[in-house]
Design a protein around this ligand. Structure first.
Ligand code: OFO
Length: 186
């Protein structure tokens, strides 16, 4: 009997989306581990910021799960690789956050490339949300790095670290987007 294939994703795209779903779950674990590290070191503001960010990464994972299901593809949940070692300092923590965002951006670009190659415009369009999100996430990570660099990097004083920690407790989850800027409100 002929059984119609109702999946709207090619096997290659389905595999790549599942891999990206696991990568977003991994990013959530990475932020979770850095947050727990920061809380343990007494940086409660940084911890709060990173815990919130871990939740955002989990939302990204769910976004991909929902898209695969919507396209009638198969979601494959596998083990999430463990995060790497704890940061050595707050400076190192922010450097690691930036590196992990850049790494994730590369993965997202690969998926965009693949959807372009396959002319899968639905997936291409879906992935544009992630392209935009990564601009914000990289810019947020860069601003963390420059804050601590100005404060003296690994040699930042206790006072400077205290101020950074206090600021991050109330920092917004998202960096402002260039697309929303106007001349009056750059
Ligand atoms: Fe999922 O955006 Fe960061 O990594």
């Amino acid at each position: 009997m002929f059984i119609m294939d109702t999946s709207r994703l090619s096997k290659t795209i389905e595999k790549a989306l599942n891999a990206q779903m696991t990568k977003e779950a991994h990013a959530a674990q990475v932020y979770l581990s850095y947050a727990a590290w920061a809380a343990d070191k007494g940086f409660d503001g940084v911890a709060n910021f990173l815990f919130r960010h871990s939740g955002e990464e989990r939302n990204h994972m769910m976004k991909i799960v929902e898209y695969i299901l919507q396209r009638n593809g198969k979601v494959t949940v596998i083990a999430i690789p463990a995060p790497d070692a704890d940061p050595a300092s707050l400076n190192n923590c922010f450097e690691k956050v930036f590196a992990s965002e850049v790494e994730n951006t590369k993965e997202i670009y690969n998926l965009v490339d693949l959807s372009l190659e396959e002319k899968d415009w639905a997936t291409w369009n879906f992935m544009q949300w992630f392209v935009k999100e990564q601009i914000e996430e990289e810019s947020l990570a860069l601003s963390l790095m420059s804050k601590i660099r100005i404060a003296g990097g690994d040699k930042a004083s206790g006072d400077a670290l205290y101020n950074i920690d206090r600021d991050l407790a109330n920092a917004p989850d998202d960096a402002p987007s260039a697309e929303d800027a106007t001349t009056a409100n750059p």
